[in-house]
Design a protein around this ligand. Structure first.
Ligand code: CP
Length: 326
């Protein structure tokens, strides 16, 4: 257990050691138990966390805000248009000031080639922890909730589990690469065999795929990329099926939406769920396009853990806040 996480930025879990991630999980399980028992845990009394959102959110915003309340502190919701960021105030000037007022700052900024760079610029000048609430490359707070959920369902020792992350058809908008990239990087570090499935044009960023391969090698597990959804679901213990855009393939929104349309059979349904192990679980970070990328039968079926997964956003985010801002 690492007990010196105070002040540490969380931009990607790849920059945290396994022992540090295990510490966050340990705190998250403890905080979940304490909440269930109605035990007060005001670990961040009088502390303030800033939440800077460039895009919308249901789970992330409310988990951070509710989490700060339960920890005895306060969270402030910010957007570019509600601040001088909208008038071009720099990351440095913004965070120099907020660092003198409060105790932590989170940012959601998913625009490709901008979000992560902005966060890193903030982190360079920040004297308070900078937490990635989702960027163009990573979604670490979601991935942490996902591993917590897998441990709840299969036990703390996840070695040998087959984890599949598959692209799905969702035509209404182009989603970032942050979720599949975070998952392929993290799950092999917990001893899982990782399968990444997508149509060819929906590949992830090559350096991140290379890092995921390296993680798998170092942990003695498999990492495979396939272009067939059925093949990906076969024998899986965990089927995480969600959409992302062909962002690494084309910068054109129109071409991207046409490409999504080309693969409209990539839908998570009951037949595909049966290809997995008998005790397989279905995961999705949400929001999901019900009846489009995944059938209602799967989303509301006995193998779906989507609401436990969403609940664990709260407990894991509280663990991050408590560990880095205490
Ligand atoms: N999974 C997730 O990040 O949900 P929100 O976009 O609602 O925050």
């Amino acid at each position: 257990m690492k007990t010196d996480l105070r002040g540490k930025h969380l931009i990607t879990l790849q920059e945290w050691t396994k022992e540090e991630i295990d510490t966050l999980l340990d705190i998250a399980f403890d905080l979940k138990r304490r909440k269930a028992l109605g035990e007060k845990h005001r670990l961040l009394e009088d502390k303030t966390f800033y939440m800077l959102f460039f895009e919308n959110s249901t789970r992330t915003r409310n988990a951070f805000e509710t989490g700060m309340t339960q920890l005895g502190g306060h969270a402030i919701f910010l957007t570019p248009s509600a601040t001088q960021i909208g008038h071009g105030e720099t990351a440095k000037d913004t965070v120099e000031v907020l660092s003198r007022f409060g105790d932590g700052i989170g940012i959601r900024y998913c625009t490709y080639k901008k979000g992560n760079a902005y966060m890193r610029e903030l982190a360079k000048y920040s004297r308070i922890p900078v937490i990635n609430m989702q960027c163009d490359l990573y979604h670490p707070t979601q991935a942490l909730a996902d591993i917590m959920t897998i441990q709840e369902k299969f036990g703390k020792n996840t070695r040998g589990l087959n984890f599949t992350i598959s692209w799905t058809y969702a035509p209404n908008y182009i989603r970032p690469l942050s979720m599949p990239q975070s998952l392929i990087l993290l799950m092999s570090r917990f001893g899982m065999n990782v399968t990444l499935a997508h149509p060819p044009e929906f590949h992830l960023l090559p350096d991140i795929v290379e890092q995921a391969r390296k993680n798998a090698e170092e942990n003695g597990v498999k990492f495979n990329i396939v272009h067939d959804m059925d093949e990906a679901c076969k024998d899986a213990h965990i089927i995480y099926a969600k959409s992302w855009g062909p962002i690494a393939y084309t910068g054109s929104r129109e071409e991207g939406l046409d490409l999504i349309e080309k693969y409209n059979t990539w839908v998570m349904d009951g037949r595909r769920m049966k290809l997995g192990q008998k005790d397989a679980i279905y995961m999705h970070c949400m929001p999901a396009d019900r009846g489009v990328e995944v059938t209602e039968e799967v989303m509301d079926g006995p193998q779906s853990v989507i609401y436990d997964e969403a609940e664990n956003r709260l407990h894991t985010i509280k663990a991050i806040l408590a560990a880095t801002m205490r």
